[in-house]
Design a protein around this ligand. Structure first.
Ligand SMILES: Cc1cc2nc3c(=O)[nH]c(=O)nc-3n(C[C@H](O)[C@H](O)[C@H](O)COP(=O)(O)OP(=O)(O)OC[C@H]3O[C@@H](n4cnc5c(N)ncnc54)[C@H](O)[C@@H]3O)c2cc1C
Length: 708
């Protein structure tokens, strides 16, 4: 990314050159997207050299939610100093202990293909879908791991992270030190207590990041909680059977929070998995998803405030009404009345991508078509004298109705926080306009290119400690399951090979394709097995067309490469070398690459390479027919076992759209005549074709299948 592009991105969040606000006015503020924003800001600040390594450089972060923790983790990985200030007693205080809500990183992108992918893929603080409580714990564990890794270094006395909880009033003061503008964060322990509690650190910061989120919902107070209207993130019992059959509910608020509570009330033990599985099982499943994708595409191209309602009504009813039938047959429909309430909008206008995710809008639409809830327009008020809730002038009978308030949060409250000057508040008002405008462009995709973030961490760490080795390769996130399952297979295969190749020196590895910023790469997903001829890092990525492995990815064909003529060997290696230098060992005199193919999702009838096994050996004649057959049949067995895991719904398998080319470069094919390069697809191995297979990105499905 160029400096100019980074500046442009920062413009969306810049209060001034040394103060930034992690966006809250953009569309799609979810836990995962807020992490990406935080990291994009960090990355852009490094690119524009506003963050530079120096042993004294310190970032002040206000807010210990997911954005604050994520940017703090990145800064600590880069060995910068951090002051992290949280007004509550704990980080992630909203999500911690919340067992009734589930957080999923991608579900709000539904019906996009990737939306059910259950894991994040970040350079720091990864997590997978689970209860809010567990996601918070995963994030905190990740943060602890970063802190621990610093402690394990040579200078354990350096205290990189200063943490402050319970700071009810936070101020940022400025000083010019040596001609440079610096900041100090001061905290008071209560709203009234004016005793400065925490500037005892006397630490100056070079940069301030406001990661203060947008608070809890409006209208949810201590009093409303006593009346049963609790915050979204507090535990309730609505997902359980009602002990009192006469319960009726009013859900006030039609954003994602209100809709989810409507679903929880009407469908016992509601989960997205439950609904998506029904959708998979109905006759017009494919047509329905195609229609929904087309609608989303149309809506994204236009003003997202346009109503989805009209679009949904144009979908043939037979595509979605069976969903209601299945829910009814399944007896999950609950015998209670639910009324949805919006302050000022009509039912039709609540279905909008500006306000809701597509998945919630669609489920609500289906429930509405099934006549499963009523709707009431008008502001909800609590009459203190009568001790009852009212919508407009209508009184709700509290004997029969419970009220759930999901009126969204008050983003305006951000303008009132103590840390901001009036000038800064004015600036944030401008940022609000800019961010709302930026909804039209996608601003939540990662900005860093493949391996770049790990490289930044490594570069900064080496500036602190030159003894740390330079990271020559591009590392990317690798799911632990993918690595574990493939490593187990590799280990078995290499043990089997050892029996037939007792005194040989060889090593094995597996690669998968990886898409980063619309560019295809392949990634080493296991460490090298057996006798290492080569440096050893799992997670390394290379452009898809490079090296001997790239050859198999590119063509979808298995190849045998061996040194039969010394004078041609060097030139041949030159042709297939990678940009990172030789991806193969200089000692290797033969290599075998075996691809596993999969149907290309977007192009029926076409295959793509989803996995390449790579074996290199010191002996040019290592790969006799018997050995190759042993390897190929092992791969077939391995693929069959993965197929079973998929059939049993034990793993999630991602699909990629990389289409293989059909031919080998003309320059390379001339080596076929020399005998040092062979397209093995022309040979037969037990008459078995390579197995068709989906792309290789394994994630164990949680036994816990729900996500909200
Ligand atoms: C009702 C509701 C439902 C949601 N449901 C989902 C969902 O299902 N899935 C999903 O992905 N996302 C959901 N979200 C969005 C998600 O909660 C936010 O995207 C995420 O919490 C934003 O992270 P953040 O770090 O920016 O802000 P927050 O999580 O709000 O963290 C900000 C932190 O800053 C602290 N803070 C604020 N002001 C100060 C100050 N002056 N001094 C010190 N500390 C301060 C706060 O106490 C807080 O800990 C929901 C949000 C709401 C309100």
């Amino acid at each position: 990314m160029s400096k100019e592009e980074a500046e442009e991105y920062l413009n969306l969040f810049r209060i001034d050159d040394q103060k930034y606000l992690v966006g809250i006015f953009q569309q799609g503020i979810t836990v995962y997207k807020q992490q990406i924003r935080a990291l994009n800001i960090f990355y852009s600040l490094v690119t524009t050299e506003r963050i530079k390594y120096s042993p004294d450089f310190r970032i002040g972060i206000i807010g210990g939610g997911v954005a604050g923790l994520t940017i703090a983790a990145a800064a600590l990985e880069a060995r910068l100093n951090v002051v992290l200030v949280e007004q509550e007693a704990h980080y992630l205080h909203m999500q911690r202990g919340c067992d009734i809500r589930n957080i999923h990183p991608n579900i709000y992108d539904w019906p996009d293909e990737e939306a059910t992918y259950p894991s994040t893929k970040l350079p720091v603080l990864n997590w997978r879908h689970d209860t809010a409580s567990s996601v918070a714990q995963q994030l905190l564990d990740g943060f602890e791991k970063v802190i621990k890794s610093i402690g394990e270094e040579s200078k354990p006395t350096v205290k990189r992270l200063r943490q402050q909880y319970n700071s009810k009033r936070t101020f940022v003061t400025e000083r010019i030190i040596g001609g440079v503008r610096k900041f100090q964060i001061k905290n008071y322990a209560s709203e009234d207590d004016k005793t400065v509690k925490t500037d005892r650190f006397n630490l100056t910061c070079d940069l301030i990041i406001y990661a203060i989120g947008y608070g809890i919902e409006v209208g949810v107070t201590k009093q409303s909680a006593i009346r049963g209207a609790t915050s979204y993130w507090r535990n309730d019992a609505y997902n359980q059977t009602f002990l009192d059959e006469s319960n009726n509910f009013l859900v006030s608020g039609t954003g994602d929070g209100g809709m989810i509570d409507l679903f929880r009330l009407k469908i016992l033990n509601f989960s997205y998995d439950y609904i998506l599985n029904i959708m998979k099982s109905i006759s017009y499943s494919k047509e329905l998803i195609d229609d929904l994708r087309a609608i989303k595409k149309r809506m994204m191209g236009t003003d997202p405030r346009m109503t989805l309602f009209q679009e949904f009504t144009e979908i043939p009813e037979q595509y979605y009404m069976p969903i209601i039938d299945v829910i009814k047959q399944d007896r999950r429909l609950r015998n209670i009345e639910v009324c949805l309430n919006s302050k000022k909008e009509n039912l039709e206008s609540i279905f909008s991508l500006k306000r809701n995710s597509m998945i919630n809008s669609f489920i609500a639409f289906v429930l509405y078509k099934g006549d499963l809830f009523s709707f009431k327009k008008g502001p909800l008020k609590y009459d203190e004298k009568l001790k009852e809730y009212q919508v407009k002038a209508e009184t709700l009978d509290l004997q029969e109705s419970n009220v759930i308030i999901r009126n969204g949060t008050n983003k305006k409250a951000i303008f009132l926080i103590d840390c901001l000057s009036s000038l800064e508040r004015k600036k944030i008002q401008e940022l609000k306009e800019l961010q709302l405008e930026s909804n039209k462009i996608s601003s939540t995709d990662p900005l860093w290119s493949v391996g770049e973030m790990y490289q930044i961490f490594n570069d900064f760490q080496r500036l602190e400690n030159p003894a740390i080795k330079k990271l020559e390769t591009r590392l990317e996130f690798l799911p632990i399951e993918t690595r574990a399952i493939c490593s187990s297979f590799l280990s078995v295969l290499s043990n089997v090979l050892q029996n037939v190749k007792k005194d040989e020196i060889y090593s094995l590895n597996i690669h998968r394709p990886l898409m980063v910023q619309n560019n295809m790469y392949y990634q080493q997903i296991t460490t090298y097995n057996v006798n290492r001829l080569h440096k050893d890092i799992a997670g390394v990525t290379l452009p898809i067309k490079e090296g001997s492995v790239g050859l198999s990815f590119k063509t979808g064909k298995p190849f045998l490469v061996k040194n039969v003529e010394d004078n041609k060997w060097g030139k041949f290696l030159e042709l297939i070398k990678t940009t990172d230098g030789n991806h193969f060992s200089a000692k290797a005199k033969s290599f075998l690459t075996i691809p596993v193919l999969a149907p290309t999702p977007s192009k029926p009838g076409f295959n793509s390479t989803c996995l390449v096994l790579y074996v290199e050996a010191k002996n040019p004649d290592f790969f006799d027919q018997e050995t190759i057959e042993l390897i190929v049949s092992s791969i077939n067995g391995f693929v069959a076992s993965i197929d079973n895991l998929i059939a049993w719904d034990q793993v999630y398998m991602k699909r990629l759209n990389y289409e293989i080319g059909s031919t080998v470069d003309a320059e390379l094919s001339q080596y076929e005549d020399t005998g040092c390069f062979e397209d093995l697809s022309l040979r037969s191995f037990n008459n078995k074709p390579f197995k068709d297979f989906y792309s290789f990105d394994l994630i164990y499905k949680n036994s816990f299948e729900r996500f909200d």
